[in-house]
Design a binder for this molecule. Structure first.
Ligand code: NAG
Ligand code: NAG
Ligand code: NAG
Ligand code: NAG
Ligand code: NAG
Ligand code: NAG
Ligand code: NAG
Length: 511
């Protein structure tokens, strides 16, 4: 073993012992995440009808990925075994979503009794093992029936249907579910589905590089966000009036955050970086906290930006009890004033910024950069701008190729760095209440299909039983959660693989 490898070995072991579960506040939650379309399978069983994701996946989709969620991880049939694994692992909480079109196949109208039974079973299984269910109502899978009928989120009619769906979930499951997230990555829904058009329902202007058969990237992203904010606020109001006193739960919303870093120290790029954050997340955060859109959006978007009546503004303002944050990537931001001179500007042109690659930005099959300090800066600026409300890290996670080794070193390193940094963040006064790894299993990835994997458990798709196989990361997380020091098996692997790890930048580890 050379000197470098020896140093790395010492460093890996000392990192592994640098903190324990016990260092975290007792009520801090550690969990793992999935979503309905990505794990359930049983897409055509027991009365479920298609969502816009079924339609999109079955249509093939411009080479983004191949595959669909027809079978996925088959959690619909295997939920008992999965909950058993979660329990052994020591998870405090499981974040999953409800498939709207399984519970209410046409989006509104009659409840599907089999769908109701499934979610009751899953929730009961979790709570009987002492695992908190953290439930997302909308993880991108709009019932196709509502898309066909009135265009889904582009229509105001969605507000009423979403509220009625939420009402049923609160009524049926709220005795056991205390954490509700109305929408996952609301900003990606609008940008991916209605500006760029690469996500369902694939609406965009003809000028987009994607071939959308309908849509308008100048107007629809703004309409969709507006309706999402009102639908969220309407569901939150309903919960507070009708259920909160009895059920004592909390309602949140989830956004994808990027780390934005100015490309240069010119004031143009520094202002552009703030503008990018206003467009990507202030778009939602300002309404939640102040009841209106950021000034820069009003200025750049003008009359295309919908406005809140004072009644709506009061409804949206204060409508989140917590914010769910998904965090993976960072980008350099460069000012792009020219884009404001375009005619028929779309959302992207309105932002007047350009994204530049950040070192180690990752691609669909590459590793995600390990940048917890950027997350920390982001959370401090959120706190400064909007106050110290409760935050759940709903997703971070490392990507590897689906068929790579069960010794998923990059994922162990990633989790170790993020969880260690969480401790710093808590000590620095950030109001973080929980951390969920994306993802519990190797799921059907919405961007990477079955090529990419983020799971703590591997599933060989050729295996008809879809057996869950623990990766090193699941052993590592389990040891951490059970307050065990690294067991000899992992230490041995660290030793065996010290030379393999030596070219990764572990030495500077700040934990
Ligand atoms: C989008 O809507 C705007 C405002 O109604 C309109 O001026 C523009 O022509 C539309 N663009 C497309 C591509 O339909
Ligand atoms: C859009 O359609 C054109 C013509 O059919 C085709 O050449 C192009 O590859 C398509 N682009 C995408 C992103 O699918
Ligand atoms: C910008 O300024 C900061 C602080 O002075 C410095 O650390 C950073 O390297 C500078 N960035 C660039 C791109 O010059
Ligand atoms: C990531 O970085 C690579 C090379 O640094 C670049 O080619 C690629 O376009 C970047 N991807 C994104 C999404 O910025
Ligand atoms: C894993 O998948 C990649 C990309 O699809 C392929 O190049 C590679 O050969 C596969 N490796 C194994 C061990 O199957
Ligand atoms: C966890 O481990 C630490 C030290 O390794 C010990 O002090 C603490 O009592 C343990 N906590 C529990 C709950 O076992
Ligand atoms: C160590 O890593 C190498 C290459 O990355 C791999 O082939 C080997 O199986 C690993 N050894 C152990 C004990 O995990």
């Amino acid at each position: 073993m050379n000197l470098l490898a020896a140093a790395v070995l010492v460093s890996v072991i000392s990192i592994a012992n640098a903190f324990s579960r016990n260092d975290f506040p007792p009520h801090f939650l550690f969990g793992a995440s999935t979503s309905a379309y990505q794990v359930e399978g049983a897409a055509n069983e027991d009365g479920r009808k298609p969502s816009i994701w079924d339609t999109f996946a079955h249509a093939g989709n411009g080479g983004l990925y191949k595959g669909d969620g027809d079978i996925a991880c088959d959690q619909y049939h295997k939920y008992k075994d999965d909950v058993q694994l979660m329990s052994k692992m020591g998870l405090d909480a499981y974040r999953f979503s409800i498939s709207w079109s399984r519970l209410i196949p046409d989006g509104r109208g009659p409840i599907n009794p089999k769908g109701l039974e499934y979610y009751n079973n899953l929730i009961n299984e979790l709570t009987s093992q002492g695992i908190q269910p953290h439930v997302t109502l909308y993880h991108w899978d709009l019932p196709q029936a509502l898309e066909d009928e009135y265009g889904g989120w582009v229509s105001r009619r969605i507000i009423k249907d979403f509220t009625a769906y939420a009402d049923i979930c609160f009524r049926e499951f709220g005795d056991r579910v205390k954490h509700w997230t109305t929408v996952n990555e609301g900003n990606v829904v609008s940008i991916g589905g209605y500006d760029a058009g690469f996500l369902p329902p694939q609406r965009c202007s003809p000028s987009s590089i994607f071939n959308c058969s309908k849509g308008n990237s100048s107007t629809e992203p703004y309409l969709v966000t507006h309706h999402m904010l009102l639908a969220h606020a309407s569901a939150a109001r309903l919960y507070r009036i009708k259920y909160k006193a009895k059920q004592h739960g909390f309602i949140g919303f989830n956004l994808l955050f990027f780390g934005f870093v100015p490309l240069t120290n010119t004031s143009e790029d520094i202002i552009a970086t703030q503008r990018a954050q206003d467009f990507y997340t202030g778009w939602f955060m300002n309404p939640f906290i102040f009841g209106e859109y950021p000034d820069i959006m009003k200025k750049n978007v003008g009359l295309r930006l919908p406005f809140f009546t004072s009644r709506e503004s009061n409804l949206v303002k204060g409508s989140i009890d917590f914010l769910g944050i998904n965090f993976y990537y960072a980008f350099y931001i460069k000012n792009n004033a020219k884009s404001l001179q375009k005619k028929n500007r779309d959302y992207t042109a309105d932002t007047a910024v350009e994204f530049k690659p950040f070192p180690g930005n990752g691609t669909s099959t590459d590793e995600i950069p390990v940048i917890p300090w950027i997350l920390q800066e982001l959370l401090h600026s959120l706190k400064n701008n909007y106050g110290n409300f409760p935050i759940y890290i709903h997703e971070t996670g490392q990507q590897t190729r689906r068929n790579s080794s069960l010794d998923d070193w990059p994922r162990v390193k990633y989790m170790n760095e993020y969880i260690g940094s969480l401790l710093d963040m808590l000590r620095n006064g950030l109001n973080i209440r929980g951390y969920f790894v994306w993802s519990f299993l190797d799921v059907f990835e919405l961007l990477g299909g079955y090529k990419a994997s983020f799971g703590l458990y591997y599933i060989d798709l050729e295996d008809p039983t879809l057996r869950r196989q623990p990766k090193l990361s699941s052993v590592w997380y389990s040891n951490f959660l059970n307050n065990r020091t690294m067991d000899s098996k992992i230490t041995l692997k660290i030793k065996d693989n010290s030379s393999a790890v030596s070219n990764t930048p572990l030495m500077h580890a700040s934990t």
